[in-house]
Design a protein around this ligand. Structure first.
Ligand SMILES: [Zn+2]
Length: 229
């Protein structure tokens, strides 16, 4: 059995979190740590929530080059036929599509670093509001205590790909098939102030929210914060 001492490798402070957490933020010195096979490894982190924020939560910001290898779009005419339930042969269907691909672009994705049902959808909406994030907390300011970072950096690059697929599906055409590859992936953990609403949780000032019931660890996250304030 491997025992990992959850202590900040920079300043020696105790790192706390929930049992399933893989990402830790030292609220003393502001360093980030990711729990890997070899123990705690340093990780880039940007804190954009102040110490008096009621609900600071961790998010992944992933920069990557997105290569769309193949993008197949169904003809709208075919899709209309589908909706009316007409019967036709498969080869008729296959002739009613067009294929593009071979484009690459650099994108920035933002999505929760905790488990949320429908995470790629939250990521598609959140990634459109990267410029609406609060500023980074300055050096010397008091930092918040966070928990809930259960999505590892390896999982984050897989999820960034599903957000990219979600963005392609949101385009106003009839996407049938897509082949996407991500390269030059760089991830930073971002701590954002969140606001508890009746049934939802609003993410900073982005206008994007998610349902609390869609987060499996929600009660534990709330308990953690209420026991610390
Ligand atoms: Zn530290």
């Amino acid at each position: 059995m491997r025992i990992t001492r959850l202590v900040c490798g920079h300043c020696g402070s105790i790192l706390s979190g929930l049992g399933q957490d893989k990402l830790f933020f030292c609220s003393n010195c502001g360093k980030g740590w990711s729990l890997g096979e070899k123990g705690l490894e340093p990780m880039l982190v940007q804190c954009r929530a102040s110490a008096d924020s009621n609900l600071p939560l961790p998010f992944w910001m992933v920069k990557a080059t997105v290569h769309v290898l193949k993008r197949t779009v169904r003809n709208k005419f075919t899709a209309t036929m589908l909706r009316f339930g007409s019967r036709y042969e498969d080869d008729v269907l296959s002739s009613k599509k067009s294929e593009t691909g071979g484009q690459s672009d650099r994108r920035i994705f933002l999505f929760p670093a905790f488990h949320v049902d429908g995470l790629p959808g939250v990521g598609v909406n959140l990634s459109e509001h990267i410029h609406d994030l609060p500023d980074e907390i300055g050096v010397g300011e008091t930092l918040p205590d966070i928990c809930g970072g259960s999505v590892s950096s390896l999982d984050a690059s897989v999820l960034a790909k599903s957000v990219a697929v979600g963005q392609e599906a949101e385009k106003a055409d009839w996407l049938a098939e897509i082949e996407i590859v991500l390269s030059s992936v760089k991830s930073v953990l971002i701590i954002l102030p969140c606001i508890l609403e009746v049934e939802k949780v609003a993410i900073a000032e982005t206008g994007v929210s998610f349902f609390r019931r869609s987060v499996p660890d929600w009660d534990e996250i709330v308990d953690y914060h209420s026991n610390r304030t």
